[in-house]
Write a protein that binds this ligand. Structure first.
Ligand SMILES: NC(=O)C1=CN([C@@H]2O[C@H](COP(=O)(O)OP(=O)(O)OC[C@H]3O[C@@H](n4cnc5c(N)ncnc54)[C@H](OP(=O)(O)O)[C@@H]3O)[C@@H](O)[C@H]2O)C=CC1
Ligand SMILES: CC(=O)N[C@@H](CCC(=O)OP(=O)(O)O)C(=O)O
Length: 344
């Protein structure tokens, strides 16, 4: 058993890490932090976890305590991991950051989109982007993993087969919808029940911070091509789930898209290319570490439509972080990730 720590254990991704790690055969949570709930037992705050963590108690984040862990997850707002990562790495602790602190290779771009000065630029080049489907070999050797964002996971997994095959020409459009847990547990007007329920709205239409992450991923997958991507996120009245409708121009009509996608993901246990004609639905991944995909060429036109769904808290955050942990420590990639989606 290795010892893991979670910084930000009261947030939605933090408690999702607790839920998934409760059944992990090789890892046990030994430190969990919260500044606001310091001294409170996890079992008292989250009754669903009572049997799994009877004594575990939230504590204030301390590098000394976290440095005793083999691996530490940061489930914190942007900027927090910057402050602690170097100290933990010096102790030999692996760092898996669910925030965006180490996702973008261009520091000026990070500062522009996240509105703050980068707190650990010296660590950016060593950080490995934790999308296992493209970076598995690098993840095995990593000390610091930048776990991808939720929208970038759904979008990249949907477009990678087309982009890597060099099939895309012209602008690309990602129209995505997210459940409200994507906004975190903090109090925000837009997350209130009366604001979010019976409603659907776009936001950040002029630019969302996940756009540079998506473009960076596509650029790397294509070997350096810059794609013209429009990304429009929407908030929908679900707790969990992301649905991405992805539009790209593919002029080559000879390619069998279904076969291309099935072959690309044939060895990926967490990416499921659905049989032709079956559309992915968010509830088919709810609580599970899957991305489910469908690909279409409607009316035999030039536009290829890919539909991609994930649970933002699982494959979009905590499940993907645990998948990275499993790869890092050489365990079966599905350790602790065997939960079946809750449907209906
Ligand atoms: N929600 C989602 O679907 C996804 C979220 N992410 C990213 O994961 C990270 C966590 O998200 P989420 O769980 O939704 O966030 P929440 O707002 O729900 O939780 C944030 C957690 O961080 C702790 N925290 C806040 N500020 C600090 C600080 N300065 N130092 C230490 N701890 C702090 C909070 O506890 P306390 O204040 O008590 O210390 C709380 O436990 C974010 O960076 C988010 O962007 C990524 C993918 C998907
Ligand atoms: C519904 C909602 O508000 N979603 C969040 C995405 C959260 C996420 O993925 O976090 P990162 O910033 O760590 O990538 C948003 O649009 O900001």
């Amino acid at each position: 058993m290795i010892k893991v720590g979670i910084v930000g254990g009261t947030g939605y991704t933090g408690v999702e890490l607790l839920r998934l790690l409760a059944l992990h055969p090789q890892a046990e949570v030994s430190v969990i932090t919260s500044r606001s709930e310091d001294g409170v037992k996890v079992a008292d705050m989250y009754p669903n976890l009572r049997d799994y963590y009877p004594e575990l108690t939230f504590s204030n984040p301390s590098a000394k305590e976290l440095g005793q862990c083999d691996a530490v997850f940061f489930a914190t707002p942007h900027g927090v991991a910057h402050g602690l990562a170097a100290e933990l790495l010096a102790e030999g602790t692996k760092v898996l950051d669910l925030s965006a602190d180490f996702r973008l290779e261009n520091i000026a771009e990070w500062e522009q989109w996240y509105g703050q000065t980068h707190g650990a630029p010296e660590l950016v080049t060593e950080a490995v982007y934790g999308l296992p489907e493209v970076n598995r070999e690098a993840i095995k050797q990593a000390r610091l993993i930048a776990v991808p964002g939720c929208y970038p996971t759904a979008v990249q997994l949907g477009w990678l087969p087309l982009v890597e095959a060099g099939l895309v020409s012209g602008p690309m459009i990602a129209s995505c919808a997210s459940g409200v847990s994507g906004a975190g547990r903090g109090t925000k007007l837009g997350s209130l029940f009366c604001e979010a329920t019976e409603n659907m709205m776009a936001y950040a239409v002029t630019g969302h911070r996940h756009l540079p992450e998506i473009k960076q991923g596509l650029r790397r997958a294509s070997g350096g091509q810059n794609f013209d991507v429009t990304f429009t996120p929407h908030l929908v009245p679900m707790i969990r789930g992301i649905h991405a409708s992805l539009y790209a121009t593919v002029q080559d009509r000879t390619v069998d898209l279904q076969q291309l996608f099935e072959q690309y993901y044939q060895h990926e246990q967490f990416v499921d290319v659905l049989p032709a004609g079956i559309n992915p639905q968010t509830r088919s991944v709810r609580g599970a570490n899957y991305c489910r995909l469908a690909v279409y060429r409607p009316q035999d036109g030039d536009t290829v439509v890919v539909l991609s769904v994930i649970d933002n808290l699982v494959k979009g955050a905590s499940g993907q972080a645990i998948q990275n942990l499993n790869i890092l420590f050489g365990w079966p990639e599905n350790s602790g990730l065997e939960s079946v989606a809750l449907m209906p």
